[in-house]
Design a protein around this ligand. Structure first.
Ligand code: 13P
Length: 251
């Protein structure tokens, strides 16, 4: 049985004080939720203050990216150890916005995954096709390329704590959600792929989140699909009411 996991990716939104306010309100609303892993991913500048507010409570904190090196001359970057030291438990890797605007490749994601897994961070690896790729019948090819590219060189046992997020690029921030069936189909494809490449046990255990215009209105339907284990929420996670409703739709 895979435990549900709902994460909020705040992207480049919220100053430190705004972030603190938002998580305080969130804590008030979800204090009774026991059966869902809840994660918030504020921008780097707000991580430490949000981590202080969350403490050892049930809502955990993640970063939106990290560098693969342990330290060194990489202006503007942060390492896995820096994230861990301020209380991060999770890190999003390979988000489509990183791939699109910052030229991140599968090989970069693979190096970041290696660096994250060398620590105790739990990586959330994002995969997903663009609109023209879906329309050109390339969804499975692209998703396979992203998954195998990120996972190259790892054994099944090393990947145990990794979380995958299927985020069709055409559904991100557009209000266009994949239908629950469309999303479930791709999740099932990913699980089959993992089964054939890395074995049944990993394929059964690994959690696959869906992301792309998840809202309180569609969360229950998406999350009731057998292969969808959670959601990676963008816009709706910035509104405490909406994010709490999404969490409760799953709980
Ligand atoms: P939206 O929920 O705003 O579509 O964003 C999804 C996303 O990119 C989460 O990582």
């Amino acid at each position: 049985m895979r435990r549900a996991i709902i994460a909020g990716n705040w992207k480049m939104n919220k100053t430190g004080p705004e972030a603190v306010q938002l998580v305080k309100e969130l804590l008030n609303r979800v204090s009774d939720v026991r059966d869902v892993d809840i994660i918030v991913c504020p921008p780097f500048t707000a991580l430490e203050s949000v981590a202080w507010v969350l403490g050892e409570g049930s809502v955990k904190i993640g970063a939106q990216d990290m560098h693969w090196a342990e330290q060194g001359a990489y202006t503007g970057e942060v390492s896995a150890k820096m994230l861990l030291t301020i209380g991060c438990r999770y890190v999003i890797l390979g988000h489509s916005e990183r791939r699109a605007y910052f030229g991140e490749s599968n090989s970069d994601v693979n190096k970041k995954l290696k660096a994250a897994l060398a620590t105790s961070l739990i990586p959330i690896v994002c995969v997903g096709e663009k609109l023209e790729e879906r329309e050109g019948g390339q969804t499975e090819v692209v998703v396979q390329d992203h998954v195998l590219g990120a996972f190259e060189g790892f054994s099944a046992s090393e990947l145990k704590r990794v979380i995958l997020a299927y985020e069709p690029v055409w559904a991100i921030g557009t209000g266009k959600t994949a239908t629950s069936e469309q999303a479930n189909e791709v999740h099932a494809f990913i699980r089959d792929l993992l089964k054939s490449k890395l074995g049944r046990s990993l394929a059964q255990d690994i959690r696959i989140q869906y992301g792309g215009s998840v809202k309180p209105e569609n969360a229950a339907s998406l999350l009731s699909q057998p292969e969808i284990d959670g959601a990676l929420v963008g816009g709706a996670s910035l509104d405490v009411e909406s994010f709490a409703r999404i969490i409760k739709a799953v709980s």
